[in-house]
Design a protein around this ligand. Structure first.
Ligand SMILES: *Cc1c(COP(=O)(O)O)cnc(C)c1O
Length: 223
């Protein structure tokens, strides 16, 4: 009997199909499975299917879940997709392989210091506040050139730009805008697109899509 497709199979197929339509290679798009709030038992089946990249939004939660999983699956790559406090920078650098939420000067300093101390430099996406929504974090658009200069000066490896468009708005213009900003600043990576809009994001140049609910189902409510 044939095994039923898993959500991961479906999303991989959708990414491939979308890349074909957009005349892009699927190798250009990294699927980051956002496993925040989901327990290790929910993540293991994906690890067993060869899914490599995972996103978490809290340093502490990731510290409790991932060391054990990584013992079993040493190839797993961890992406921090949530806001990062400067005083957690060192913990984040120790644990994560990619950071998607560099958004201010104080964090450039904290990360630079943590990199030097740990002898490890983690690629960072600079998060841009494309929807002018303070609460989501992100660098204001007009401050981006300065922040990129500071990051380069601090020898932070720049992976690209990241955005979270406003809820309940057509996301395409925001994705197109982030793509243009990345091009203007000669950055390769575009971390954009989530469960509801990753195909749109891929058509507009996403290199990293961050998909949670479509892979894992609804997140458990916080206690
Ligand atoms: C939770 C989260 C996601 C995943 O969202 P879904 O809608 O569940 O796919 C993506 N990016 C960030 C920054 C997140 O916090």
């Amino acid at each position: 009997m044939e095994k039923a497709d898993t959500p991961l199979d479906d999303i991989r197929a959708n990414i491939e199909k979308t890349c074909k339509i957009a005349r892009r290679s699927p190798d250009e798009v990294t699927l980051v499975a956002v496993s925040k709030m989901h327990p290790a038992e929910a993540i293991i089946p994906l690890l067993e299917q060869g899914q490599v990249h995972y996103g978490e939004n809290r340093v502490q939660e990731a510290q409790s879940k991932w060391p054990g999983l990584r013992d079993r699956f040493p190839d797993a790559q961890l992406h921090l997709v949530g806001q990062l406090q400067s005083n957690k920078a060192e913990d984040a650098v120790a644990l994560f392989d990619v950071i998607h939420s560099l958004d201010r000067s104080s964090l450039v300093k904290a990360l630079g210091k943590a990199f030097d101390k740990l002898g490890k430099r983690v690629p960072c996406f600079v998060q841009v506040d494309v929807g002018k929504e303070d609460q989501k974090g992100g660098c204001p658009i007009d401050k981006l050139p300065d922040l990129l200069d500071q990051a380069r000066e601090a020898q932070i490896p720049l992976a690209g730009l990241m955005c979270i468009p406003p809820l309940d708005t057509e996301p395409a213009p925001f994705f197109a805008f982030l793509d243009k900003l990345a091009r203007d600043h000669e950055l390769d990576g575009r971390s954009m697109g989530m469960s509801g809009d990753y195909e749109t994001a891929i058509r507009l140049g996403a290199t990293h899509v961050r998909v949670g609910t479509a892979l894992f189902g609804e997140r458990p409510e916080p206690a």
